[in-house]
Structures are given as structure tokens and as C-alpha cells.
Design a binder for this molecule. Structure first.
Ligand SMILES: Cc1cc2nc3c(=O)[nH]c(=O)nc-3n(C[C@H](O)[C@H](O)[C@H](O)COP(=O)(O)OP(=O)(O)OC[C@H]3O[C@@H](n4cnc5c(N)ncnc54)[C@H](O)[C@@H]3O)c2cc1C
Length: 387
């Protein structure tokens, strides 16, 4: 059984994994070459929305459900929590789900596009009752919004843009920088923590180098939580960076006139035309003190800064989703690289070149869902280590 672990990486995955081990009485040494709030840490800039997205591992639903348990509790814990429950609307052109099938068939004869050939099952996470998931036409959304007063585009604007349906649910959103800092504080203050260096830790070039360091530190386990860094570290070409770009606006920014009378923030997302595509997403996520507007999902694109045409498109997204960018220009921008892998690598590595009983665990490649699965994935590491 593991008694002392070197955890490498201080993003959402590394910090939460370190905490899970500490809470189970494992001594921990935490190492990262960069502070969690450094711009290169993918977890720092992320939208923080709980929703499985570009993470295709079959275990993702159970990790996400377990993370949801934790985030919902945290959202209710204090007024100063890093987690907030925010109504979320995912815009769709077609009704790819069974819930309002009858409604759509009936309307089909009256001229609403009847695209039953495009019906596909809803993902299983949508059946979690805690999310209050609804599959609506934009007409129904508009009726409901008489009560909810969410800052969302009007029914006419949605229909004109080609969106006739939506998913509406209430997920938690993590204020990523705040949560990273609070997890780092908790690791630093935990009595089982042996040492923390998240500023001048080493960029390990190989897993072997990481193992040697762990052995020198007296650890019997090393847990690799280096996200996209694992591409080089583990010589794993299956993990690729999926580039995302976004702009920040102040949470109290001025709203476009049509949105100004509505009182409550909502997250709004789409990957479908005419406002978006699978590679050029359009989303607005209220997160802590900022509103995050994006974005892109571009695998293998390594550009570090936002291209002028991307910036122009994101400003347009912000306007479509209600931000008056003339009166409230963006206050920041960020480019990040989601560590996408066809399946997350969360496993014990069987190696012949380590001392008897020494364990090597990998926990990387959570794609666009790191904040959706971080707690569940950390628990799985603990169970692999039998602690
Ligand atoms: C634009 C964008 C929006 C996103 N929005 C969401 C969202 O709304 N919801 C959601 O769930 N997810 C979202 N994500 C995805 C999420 O951010 C990632 O899945 C998550 O951050 C991955 O966490 P990580 O800890 O594995 O990686 P990181 O946060 O990148 O942490 C990796 C750590 O490893 C260290 N490291 C790297 N290489 C080495 C090395 N060789 N040696 C030692 N240390 C090393 C780094 O310094 C860092 O500390 C988004 C991502 C992007 C880019």
C-alpha cells in the first residue's frame, strides 16, 4: 500500500489527486515547474463549466458524476465558494433527443423542420436529476424565460440564426483560479504534506527521471498529472493539444440593449452553425468575477496568441451573447491547450525497472473536461493505489 507519493503537476488534476491521497493518510510531495495560476496551466484559464466535453473515455460518466457530487456540495457551502450553479443553455439546430419528439413531429406538419433522421440518444449524464435537464424548443425556452429572466438571446434571434432547440440544465461552474489557489492552500496546510514546490520544480524530461526523483525523496509511488506535458514526458503522441482561445469581460459589464432588462446570468454555448462550428465554438460562461467568451477547439494548432481574425470572431460572439463590447471592452485574453487523448490515461504502469512495490500511476488526457472529472479521477487514482 502506498505510504508516500510524489505527485507531479499542479493543475486541477494534480492538486485534486494530491488532496485525495492526503485525505487518505498518504504523505505527499507535490512538484510543478510552474505555479497553478501561471498562464501555461491549462486548468487556470478554463471555463470551469461542469459538462463532459471532448473526453471520450468510457469512465468519464462515473468520474463526472462523482465530481458533480462534490461541486454541488461546495456550491452550497459558503457565500465565498469557488463554485456557483448557473443555468446553462446549449443551442441546437435539431432535436437530437427523445424528450420532445411528439411535440416536434406535431409541429413538423406546420412547417417546423422535422429532422427525425438526425435524432440521436442524449448522453447519459443528462439523466442526472440534480441537473434539472430539459430538452426544449426555443419557443419553450422563451416562455420559461418570462420567469427565469436569463440574459439570453431572444427567440427571434435564435430562430434567425438557425437554432430551434436547446438543452437547458443547471450545472456547477468552477471559478478556476480561485479553486486552484484554495486546493493549493489546502495541500500546503495539510499535516500529511511533506513538501510543496510549485514554482521551481523540474520539467521532467522522462518518466524515468520522475521515478528517480521519487526514489531519492523516499517515495514509494509517483503520480504523473502533467496534462499535455505527458506528450513529451511519456513519449505519448496520442495526447494532443486542442487549442482554445477566449476573452475575459468583467462580470458586471454593460449588456446589449436587448439583454439589459434581464437580471440573471446564464452560460450559453453552441458548436453548431450559424454562430459556430465544431472547431469555432461560440460560448459565454460566467465564472467568478469574469465572463469568459470563446472560442476554438483546434487539435494540433500550436499558436500561442490569439490571431486577429479569432479575436474579431470572439468579440462578435460576445455581442451575440449579450455583452456590449463598445461600452465594456475585454479585460483579458487567454490561449490554452486541452490535453485531449482518445482515452484518458488513468492507470498503473507495469514497469520492470522500478524497486519492488514501487508504483507508477498516470492521470492525464482529460481533454475539455478536466474540471468536470477532476475529483472522480482523483478517487480512481486512490483506488488504484489501494488507499
Ligand atoms: C479554452 C479552454 C476552456 C476549457 N473549459 C473547460 C470547461 O469549461 N470545463 C472543463 O471541465 N474543462 C475545461 N477545459 C479543459 C480543462 O482545462 C483541462 O482538461 C484541464 O485543465 C487539464 O488539467 P491538468 O491538470 O491535466 O493540466 P494542467 O492544468 O495543464 O496542469 C498540468 C501541470 O503539469 C505541469 N507539467 C507539465 N509538464 C511537466 C513536466 N514535464 N514535468 C513536470 N511538470 C509538468 C504543469 O506545469 C502543470 O502544473 C478547458 C480548456 C481550455 C483550453
Amino acid at each position: 500500500m502506498t505510504s508516500k507519493a510524489l505527485v507531479v503537476g499542479a493543475g486541477a488534476i494534480g492538486l485534486r489527486t494530491a488532496l485525495e491521497l492526503l485525505r487518505r493518510n498518504v504523505r505527499v510531495v507535490l512538484r510543478s515547474p510552474e505555479h497553478p495560476l501561471h498562464h501555461s496551466t491549462c486548468s487556470m484559464g478554463a471555463g470551469g463549466l461542469w459538462m463532459p466535453f471532448h473526453c471520450d473515455d468510457p469512465r468519464v460518466d462515473s468520474w463526472a458524476a462523482s465530481t458533480l457530487d462534490e461541486l454541488l456540495l461546495e456550491a452550497k457551502s459558503t457565500d465565498d465558494s469557488a463554485v456557483e450553479i448557473v443555468p446553462t443553455i446549449l443551442l441546437k439546430r435539431y432535436h437530437n433527443g427523445p424528450i420532445i419528439e411528439n411535440y416536434v413531429v406535431a409541429k413538423g406538419s406546420e412547417g417546423v423542420e422535422n429532422s427525425s433522421s438526425k435524432v440521436s440518444p442524449l448522453p447519459s449524464w443528462t439523466s442526472d436529476p440534480r441537473l434539472d435537464f430539459q430538452h426544449l424548443s426555443v419557443e419553450m425556452l422563451s416562455w420559461q424565460n418570462n420567469v427565469h429572466q436569463l440574459r439570453i438571446p431572444s427567440q427571434d434571434d435564435l430562430v434567425n440564426a438557425g437554432y430551434r432547440f436547446c438543452w437547458m440544465f443547471k450545472p456547477p461552474i468552477v471559478d478556476a483560479p480561485k479553486k486552484l489557489q484554495s486546493m493549493l492552500n489546502e495541500v500546503g496546510q495539510h499535516p500529511m504534506t511533506e513538501d510543496v514546490n510549485v514554482k521551481t520544480g523540474k520539467y521532467y524530461a522522462t518518466v524515468r527521471e520522475m521515478i528517480n526523483e521519487a526514489i531519492n525523496l523516499g517515495c514509494d509511488t509517483v503520480v504523473n498529472c502533467t496534462g499535455l506535458g505527458s506528450r513529451d514526458l511519456c513519449s505519448d503522441p496520442t495526447v494532443v493539444g486542442a487549442r482554445g482561445v477566449l476573452l475575459h469581460f468583467d462580470r458586471t459589464c454593460e449588456r446589449m440593449e436587448k439583454f439589459a432588462s434581464m437580471a440573471n446570468d446564464a452560460a450559453i454555448l453552441t458548436e453548431e452553425p450559424s454562430w459556430a462550428s465544431e472547431t469555432d465554438n461560440c460560448y459565454l460562461i460566467p465564472r467568478g468575477d469574469v465572463i469568459v467568451v470563446g472560442g476554438t477547439y483546434l487539435e494540433g494548432d500550436n499558436e500561442q496568441s490569439i490571431r486577429p481574425e479569432e479575436k474579431e470572431r470572439i468579440i462578435k460572439n460576445a455581442q451575440l451573447l449579450g455583452v456590449d463590447t463598445d461600452k465594456s471592452p475585454s479585460i483579458g485574453e487567454w490561449t490554452g491547450f486541452r490535453p485531449y487523448r482518445p482515452t484518458t490515461r488513468l492507470e498503473l504502469e507495469d514497469r520492470a525497472d522500478v524497486p519492488n512495490g514501487f508504483k507508477v500511476v498516470h492521470n492525464y488526457g482529460h481533454g475539455g473536461s478536466g474540471w468536470t472529472v477532476f475529483a472522480g479521477a482523483a478517487r480512481e487514482v486512490a483506488s488504484l493505489l489501494d488507499v
